[in-house]
Design a protein around this ligand. Sequence first.
Ligand code: AMP
Length: 214
Amino acid sequence: MNLILFGPPGAGKGTQAEMLEKKLGAVKLSTGDMLRATAKSGSELGVKLKTIMESGALVPDDIMIDIIKARIDQQDCTKGFLLDGFPRTLPQAEALDVMLEKECKQIAHVIELKVDDEQLKARICGRYSCASCGVGYHDDFKQPVKAGVCDECGSTEFTRRADDKPETVSKRLEAYNAQTAPLLPFYKDKGLLVTVDGMGEIDAVSAEILKLVG
Ligand code: AMP
């Protein structure tokens, strides 16, 4: 099954995609993770991406479309994929339609996670992750059981995203409202859109999504 996880930054798309990856055996395709890996590489493209991402703006469509096209073509995506962070603009959504049509693939559902702006800011501004295994934590909502030690792998190194600063978060929310939210009617018209209340506990949101994709 191919799904799109849709919603503003901090809505829980990545967390729910991880859950769905385990339950459905589909592959999570996070464009943010892909871009951060390229940015870390220090290549010419990486330096350009890092600057854009740290400003809170969106990466140009042609780059994003090439990245996702190459990824969807890989063998592991034949068992289904979960798009987390793509598409984010109308040209990206249209390019995705063309890619899928060529490969006789379809999107089963677009799952919108709805969370209010205050909650989004609180979630994003306190989050951090293990520098070794990547497991996510939060200053207020999810601390490691033993302070300063990752529950999963025991590492004592943690990292925060450079674009999770309050001023950049406001820019990312503006980009979502101006460029990404207009995709909601696009998917509604296709009959693919389902909206889930993303304000609840992680497990409650997961249960709701599983009921829908059941
Ligand atoms: P995310 O991890 O999904 O919050 O993405 C982090 C940043 O990567 C965004 O703020 C954008 O700068 C960039 N990005 C990720 N996915 C896309 C996309 N589909 N189109 C444009 N920019 C993207």
